[in-house]
Write a protein that binds this ligand. Structure first.
Ligand SMILES: [Ca+2]
Length: 307
């Protein structure tokens, strides 16, 4: 049997999370062990329901766990401006989903799952990092069960939630700092990488006619938000999808060792990530900056998988 990369997806669906989930299943190189929801783009009830819905549509029967309902400290922030009223662009779907999330304590469930696997796992963290921070705080020995974490998060030249902070980090800066300092190997895919190029409108319209039902669903979700046939916008940024692709196609990126710190209490910069790119004077690396995507290859590959 073909080897598949064991993967946990920690997400806050989210339009681009939906692309990431569908792609991860269809690309047929991942063994998805579980999906954890986290409060992020929309509140936890919705990110959990959206996870249940997408997995049900994929008929992908893996454990779903309802994760953290807000950051370690402070109040939740949400991004309905980017993901529509329900996180899936406002697309109205049947809420009677086939699969349902467990309401078991997500931190304990995480540890139980990771420590029961045959080999260390890769975690795709494509929402705020609250679930993982709680895991590292409660179970300091969990590192041995994690091969690497791929984080969609941060920005070097700009943010998107604020001028300086990217949403996933802004939603729980303390959690991000705890994860970065965990000692686990981690790859950061910042906005600089995910917005270097966008998926174009032709790409989205091709999904509309895909033979694949779940790809057509992705079209419906993005169309609900953007009204594609009339939208003058020409590109779409699928941050979480790019992050997943960097796991098994590192050759389409430049991998740069870097030190990353998170601003916890700035007047204008809370949640900002500081990538130390000073060359010889830089602090000792604690992460890998996934940079400079070869976008033509990526877009062609995604079409091949989704169509
Ligand atoms: Ca996300």
């Amino acid at each position: 049997m073909k080897y598949k990369i064991p993967l946990v997806i920690d997400c806050d669906p989210g339009i681009d999370d939906s692309f990431a989930l569908v792609y991860s299943h269809l690309v047929d190189c991942f063994d998805i062990k579980a999906v954890f929801s986290v409060a992020g783009n929309v509140p936890i009830e919705m990110t959990t329901l959206n996870s249940e819905y997408i997995l049900s549509e994929l008929d992908l029967n893996v454990p779903i766990y309802r994760g953290a309902d807000g950051p370690l400290i402070g109040e939740p922030i949400i991004a309905k401006y980017a993901h529509g009223s329900n996180g899936l662009g406002g697309y109205q779907f049947d809420v009677n989903t086939k699969f349902h999330a467990s309401h078991e304590n997500p931190t304990d469930a995480y540890y139980k799952l990771l420590s029961s696997l045959d080999e260390p796992i890769i975690i795709a963290a494509i929402g705020p990092l609250t679930n993982l921070a709680k895991l590292f705080m409660a179970y300091p020995d969990v590192n041995q069960y994690i091969k690497a974490i791929y984080v969609m998060g941060g920005g070097i030249v700009k943010g998107n939630y604020t001028a300086s902070a990217e949403f996933n980090i802004a939603a729980d800066p303390l959690a991000a700092q705890i994860v970065i300092n965990s000692g686990v190997k981690q790859y950061f895919v910042p906005l600089d990488t995910t917005t270097a190029y966008g998926f174009n409108r032709d790409f989205m319209l091709k999904l509309k006619d895909s033979k694949n039902e779940s790809s057509r669903l992705l079209y419906k979700i993005i169309d609900a938000k953007e009204n594609l046939d009339h939208s003058p916008r020409s590109v779409f940024y699928l941050h979480d999808l790019i992050t997943i692709i960097s796991i098994h196609h590192p050759e389409w990126f430049e991998m740069i060792d870097v030190h990353i710190a998170v601003e916890l209490n700035g007047t204008h910069t809370t949640g900002m990530t500081i990538f130390d790119l000073r060359g010889e004077r830089a602090q000792k690396p604690n992460a890998v900056y996934v940079a400079h995507p070869k976008f033509d290859e990526i877009q062609a590959h995604v079409l091949e998988v989704l169509l």
